[in-house]
Design a protein around this ligand. Structure first.
Ligand SMILES: CC(C)(COP(=O)(O)OP(=O)(O)OC[C@H]1O[C@@H](n2cnc3c(N)ncnc32)[C@H](O)[C@@H]1OP(=O)(O)O)[C@@H](O)C(=O)NCCC(=O)NCCS
Length: 185
């Protein structure tokens, strides 16, 4: 699967993407708000194989240089007949600040609304993760609320959970401003 935008190919993962994936998921600053990943060579190779066989992880390639610069997660949640998807993203910091993550997320959401019949998309993020919620606002998503102490990815030195608050953003199909991109099936 491939969605083409002005600057990007948003596509199925390929086995050869593993080093580009490893380049950014192995950086602590990139993974501050994510669960820990095993970023060994073998694990990144396995992950890329797994992603390439599914339909929820989209690799984002910068057309100019042919490099995979990040990925977008777009997956349906249960129950399936509610037609609700959730979106997430992780990008290589070398390419921050150019609107690439926004462009890729718009492409995937356009595909979802046009081709999958998506009714609603939501996303969650830590209130301290300003680049993430700013991106959600560029996608025209609305902040629906903030759940207090909802998430725990890490524990303190005494083994006690460190709780994080969590913003929820969402958008409905009828609120979506159409984005121009080309889907190659
Ligand atoms: C979240 C994340 C993808 C955002 O990256 P980003 O570079 O800020 O997002 P974009 O690629 O959309 O770029 C937007 C920035 O480029 C600027 N920009 C430049 N050209 C642009 C264009 N053509 N279109 C849109 N924005 C553009 C925007 O003004 C914005 O900068 P600002 O925040 O200083 O105003 C990135 O911080 C990341 O990968 N973080 C680590 C993983 C993570 O936390 N994921 C989310 C977990 S909830």
């Amino acid at each position: 699967m491939l969605i083409e935008t002005k600057r990007l190919k948003v596509r199925t993962f390929k086995l050869e993407d593993w080093q580009d994936l490893q380049e950014y998921v192995s950086q602590k600053s990139v993974m501050t708000y994510e669960r820990d990943w095993d970023t060994s060579d073998a694990s990144c190779q396995e992950k890329v194989k797994y992603f390439s066989e599914g339909d929820t992880m989209w690799a984002v390639e910068l057309k100019d240089i042919g490099k995979m610069i990040g990925h977008v997660y777009f997956g349906q949640v249960q129950p399936k007949d509610f037609m609700e998807w959730t979106i997430g993203y992780i990008f290589n910091p070398k390419f921050y600040g150019n609107g690439y993550a926004t462009e890729a997320a718009k492409a995937v959401m356009q595909y979802g609304f046009d081709e999958l019949g998506v009714h609603r998309v939501f996303a969650k993020c830590n209130p301290d993760n300003t680049p993430s919620w700013k991106l959600l606002e560029r996608l025209s998503m609305e902040r629906e609320g903030c759940s207090m102490k909802r998430v725990c990815f890490i524990k303190d030195e005494k083994g006690q959970p460190i709780w994080w608050d969590e913003y929820q953003y969402a958008i409905l199909q009828e609120e979506w401003p159409v984005f121009s991109c080309t889907v190659h099936k």
